[in-house]
Design a protein around this ligand. Sequence first.
Ligand code: FES
Length: 106
Amino acid sequence: MTEYKLSINAKDLKEDSPVESEINGKKYAVFLHQEKIHVLGGICTHEGGPLYDGSIDGNELICPWHSAAFNIHTGNASENTPWAAEDIVSYKARIDAPSGDVFIEM
Ligand code: FES
């Protein structure tokens, strides 16, 4: 596993409010939930919707285009929204202190 630094700082994150970040042109959805950092793949497996513009409902990240739901801990697509048949990736992430830099493992 290698750690990669995202193009975002934890100071810019808000609770349950996904934002876009990227590494080498690949996009990720980054947000805090219950004060913990979450980083998931940023592109919906249905028709490529921007999950970094999505919303959080309980433990699910909701796609802004057609409301596919993905578990924020596992990345698994919900059985209730079967049009997104494939899961997204949920990355192990950490916030560096005191810089606020965000790192993910890949
Ligand atoms: S593109 Fe995400 S639900 Fe359709």
